[in-house]
Design a protein around this ligand. Sequence first.
Ligand code: MG
Length: 179
Amino acid sequence: MGEDSTGKRRDLPPPRHARTGIGYDSHRFAPGGPMILGGVSIPSPLHLAGHSDGDAIAHALTDAILGAVGAGDIGGLFPDTDAVNRGRDSIEMLTHAVSLIARDGWEVVSTDITVIAEQPRIAVHRDAMRETLAKALGLGAQSVSIKGKTNEGMGWIGRGEGLACIAVATVAPRAGIAE
Ligand code: MG
């Protein structure tokens, strides 16, 4: 049953226990706003450069979800060599990953996300991001945690060249699927 992000068939045992995946992403800042992050359009003189809309939170979270069930990664699901994915809405990619693991009998139960950036200030946009991501995951906002950290001025993040994001996702057998 099921297939991974590259479309390969996989023989999987029925899901029984919760599993956890981790995802990481980084994107470079480029001139011109707005900045799309966590599915929220943030007024900014900068945006996140990328083949898609550059939403590093959505990308890290998608990788965490796929990783939790061993279903590959976002690059396999949406290759950046495919013109169809240019400027793509990353929340759409996230919901696709959610439906992919649902076919294998899994659902996301919670996620914890850390954004490492000097700018923008995450706290200002946290509630909007939680609402947007929770809707994509089919969760209540209380099951979506987002934290912002600066890099204390160090390195490429400290110089304001871009931002990074780490996401952990916990998935569990869908209600009614496993005993
Ligand atoms: Mg990315």
